[in-house]
Design a protein around this ligand. Structure first.
Ligand code: NAD
Length: 297
C-alpha cells in the first residue's frame, strides 16, 4: 500500500511548534521580523512574496515588505539590503529571486548579512552547510529532511538519488543527505541534465528527490519497488480546467504510486514545507540574534 506523505499536516505541526517558540521570544520582548524585498514585476514573484508575508502574519512574525521599482539602479537594492542588515527589528532578510537584469544576483546574496540570511544562500552559509555545520539550511531541502524524519524514512545507508543540481534545491539536498548526521548518511547520487542513464540510477534508489522542473519526467517504470519518492517539482501545464492549466510535479503520480512505498503529492507535499521552513529559519535567526534560547520543532 502506498503511503501519501502529507506535507500540509507536517507543515501545520511545525507552525504550531513555532508558535510556542515565538511566544517564548515575545515573553522576552522580542518579536521575530522577516523582511521581504521585491525588485521585479513578475506576477509569480509578487504572489510568492505575498504568501510569505501572509504566513508570517499567521504565526506572529512581523513582516516587513520593501518593493523597489524594477527600473531603479541596482545600487538601490544593495543599499536596501544594507539598511535591513542594520535594522535590529529585522532578523531575517529574503530577496525574492529572480531579480531584474541590472542586478548582480551573486552580489545580492553576498550583501545579505549571513546571520539574517534565512534563505541560506550566502556563500558563508553554503560553506557551513557543506562543512556539516549548517546555520540556515535552504528551506526546500530542509523541508524535505523534515518530511523524511516525520515519516521515519531510513536514510542511513540508503541509496538516495537527487534529480537536479540547482543551488537552491538539488545541491543543498544532496549535501544534506550525504552528511554524517541525522536524516543523512545516505549514499547519494546527483543526476542532472547531462546524466546519461537516469532510469538506471533511479532503479537503484531507495529515496528519490525529484527537482528537475520537467513535468512528469519520472514514471513508475523507472522506480524501485517500495521507494520513497519526494516530488519537489512545481510545473504548470496546459489543461482543460477553469484556469486553463494545472500544476504537476516531476513525477507521473499514477504509475509511480503503483510501485513506490511512499510519495509526496503535488500540490500538498513539499510546497507547504518550504513555506514553513522559512518561518522556522526566521525564528531561529531571531532567537540567535536576541540570545534567547527556544525549542524549535
Ligand atoms: P532549476 O531549473 O534551477 O534546476 C533544475 C535542475 O534539473 C538542473 O540542475 C538540471 O540539470 C536538472 N534537469 C533538468 N532537466 C533534467 C532532465 N531531463 N534530467 C535530469 N535532470 C534534469 O530548478 P529548481 O529551482 O531547482 O527547481 C526545480 C523544480 O522544483 C521546479 O519545478 C521548481 O518550480 C520546483 N521548486 C519547488 C519548490 C517547492 O517548494 N515545492 C521549491 C523550489 C523549486
Amino acid at each position: 500500500m502506498i503511503e501519501i506523505i502529507d506535507g500540509e499536516a507536517v507543515a501545520s505541526e511545525i507552525r504550531d511548534g513555532l508558535g510556542d517558540a515565538i511566544a517564548t521570544l515575545e515573553d522576552a520582548g522580542v518579536t521575530p521580523g522577516l523582511a521581504t524585498v521585491l525588485m521585479s514585476d513578475d506576477p509569480a514573484s509578487e504572489t510568492y512574496v505575498s504568501m510569505k508575508q501572509q504566513d508570517c502574519e499567521e504565526v506572529g512574525i512581523d513582516g516587513i515588505h520593501v518593493e523597489i521599482d524594477p527600473g531603479a539602479p541596482a545600487a538601490e537594492l544593495y543599499e536596501t539590503v544594507e539598511d535591513l542588515n542594520a535594522n535590529d527589528e529585522v532578523h531575517g532578510i529574503l530577496v525574492q529571486m529572480p531579480v531584474v537584469d541590472q542586478v548582480d544576483t551573486r552580489r545580492v546574496l553576498r550583501t545579505v548579512a549571513p546571520e539574517k540570511d534565512v534563505d541560506g544562500f550566502h556563500p558563508e552559509n553554503v560553506g557551513r552547510l557543506v562543512a556539516g555545520d549548517a546555520r540556515f539550511k535552504p528551506c526546500t531541502p530542509h523541508g524535505v529532511q523534515k518530511l523524511l524524519a516525520h515519516y521515519d524514512v531510513e536514510t542511513e545507508g540508503a541509496e538516495a538519488v537527487v534529480v537536479g543540481r540547482s543551488d537552491i534545491v538539488g545541491k543543498p539536498m544532496a549535501n544534506l543527505l550525504v552528511q554524517k548526521s541525522a536524516v543523512g548518511n545516505a549514499t547519494t547520487t546527483v543526476c542532472h541534465s547531462r546524466t546519461e542513464d537516469l532510469a538506471g540510477h533511479l532503479g537503484n534508489a531507495d529515496i528519490v528527490v525529484a527537482a528537475a522542473g520537467v513535468p512528469e519526467m519520472i514514471d513508475g517504470t523507472m522506480l524501485k519497488e517500495g521507494a520513497t519518492v519526494i516530488d519537489v517539482g512545481i510545473n504548470r501545464v496546459d489543461a482543460d480546467t477553469e484556469k486553463g492549466y494545472e500544476i504537476v510535479g516531476d513525477v507521473e503520480q499514477a504509475s509511480a504510486r503503483e510501485v513506490a512505498g511512499r510519495i509526496t503529492p503535488v500540490p500538498g507535499g513539499v510546497g507547504p514545507m518550504t513555506r514553513a521552513m522559512l518561518l522556522w529559519n526566521t525564528v531561529k535567526a531571531a532567537s540567535e540574534q536576541a540570545g534567547i534560547e527556544v525549542t524549535l520543532p
